[in-house]
Design a binder for this molecule. Structure first.
Ligand code: NCD
Length: 363
């Protein structure tokens, strides 16, 4: 693989991504053939934020590959509670293990950890930013259920502002030819501009609507998401958005016969339980494909790399990210890093546009 870490799925070439998806499909057919693929390898799961599926599917993936796991899901029971930095935790735990999986509430945290880890780092969700292995899950599911990942009309509904799953999914699905998107959300929870610009820069089209009903007849895929309560400034703000979108039997009746309904889960109230029995609901099956996708990813990442000191990217002197949710706001030792995109410089941790940034010397 051309990359050591998986922070953003778009770091992989389409060939590499398809290779992992193909492998996941093979594993799903013959899981026992891979039962010693990671024998003698140890994975640490560093979960600074609640998780059921992602954490357990990573753990079961590693165990099913014959590997072993250590980790935490309650940072308050670790030295983090004593004020240990992400740098120190990543440096130490990477010395013990062969691969790190990290979930963190702050945007860019996995990328930050990867700067200090001597082993590959997988981003298992960084705040409202990205969730590449959920997207891998979604792509493996589409490949198996729909039979293709291109020429699809993909509806995304719910909290498109704060949902990292839809951000990652949009970025990856824009790379496949002929996909288009219908963003279904309230005005407050609309898809961020940087994702919409990314979609357009890939030559894909998108539209924005306010109701599920108006989009439903046109969709090949409907990706439902929950309103991300924990990312709202107050409960009052959350309650204003809660319950606006609920997929029920009546709305399902407006969909195509071969519509594929996905949801990263957990569900709160955005899909009625009656929909579970509709053959077009694939969200439980999706969780299983997630484990196979993670098995394939772990095999690929652990087979290419031993323990090594990562190469440090060149810093951008004077750059300060203005995103208040960026990891650089919290962990002050982090070097200022930017990435050049067709739209200009962005923060390399959180992708926030570095609009008003000029190098220190030219200011
Ligand atoms: C998602 C997440 O954590 O972003 N869950 C998951 O990983 N399957 C979606 C969510 O929490 O809403």
């Amino acid at each position: 693989m051309s990359v050591r870490n998986l922070i953003d799925l778009n770091q992989l070439s389409l060939e590499e991504l398809d290779d992992i998806v193909d492998m996941a499909c093979r594993i799903s057919r013959h899981p026992t053939h891979y039962s010693s693929a990671c024998r003698d390898k140890l994975m640490a799961t560093l979960f600074y934020e609640p998780s059921t599926r992602t954490q357990m599917s990573f753990q079961s993936a590693m165990l099913r590959l014959g590997g072993k796991i250590i980790g935490f899901d309650n940072p308050n029971a670790t030295s983090v509670a004593k004020g240990e930095s992400l740098k120190d935790t990543a440096t130490v735990l990477s010395g013990y293990t062969d691969i790190l999986t990290i979930r963190h509430p702050v945007e860019g945290a996995a990328m930050a950890a990867s700067l200090y880890s001597s082993v590959p780092v997988i981003n298992a969700g960084d705040g409202g930013h990205l969730h590449p292995t959920q997207t891998l899950t979604d792509i493996v599911t589409l490949r198996n259920v729909v039979g293709r990942t291109d020429r699809l009309v993909i509806g995304m509904c719910g909290d498109l502002a704060n949902g990292r799953t839809v951000h990652s999914l949009c970025k990856s699905m824009s790379r496949y030819g002929g996909n288009s998107f219908v963003f279904i959300s309230s005005e407050k929870l609309a898809m961020p501009d940087y994702i919409k610009e990314y979609v357009t820069s890939c030559g894909c089209e998108y539209s924005e609507v306010r109701t599920i009903e108006e989009a439903m007849p046109y969709l090949d895929v409907l990706y439902m998401t929950r309103i991300q309560r924990e990312r709202f400034p107050s409960d009052e703000e959350y309650l204003k958005e809660k319950g606006i979108y609920v997929l029920d039997g009546k709305k399902m009746a407006l969909g195509k016969p071969d519509l594929c309904v996905l949801h990263p889960l957990p569900r709160v109230d955005e899909i009625s339980y009656e929909v579970d029995d509709d053959p077009r609901a694939h969200y439980f099956q999706q969780t299983l494909y997630g484990m196979y996708g993670r098995m394939a990813l772990i095999i690929r990442l652990t087979s290419d790399h031993g323990h090594q000191t990562p190469e440090k990217p060149a810093p951008t002197p004077g750059f300060v990210c203005r995103n208040p949710k960026c990891i650089t706001r919290l962990e002050h030792y982090l070097p200022p890093l930017t990435t050049d995109t067709p739209k200009g410089k962005v923060c390399a941790y959180c992708d926030h546009a570095a609009d008003d940034f000029a190098p220190a010397e030219s200011k």
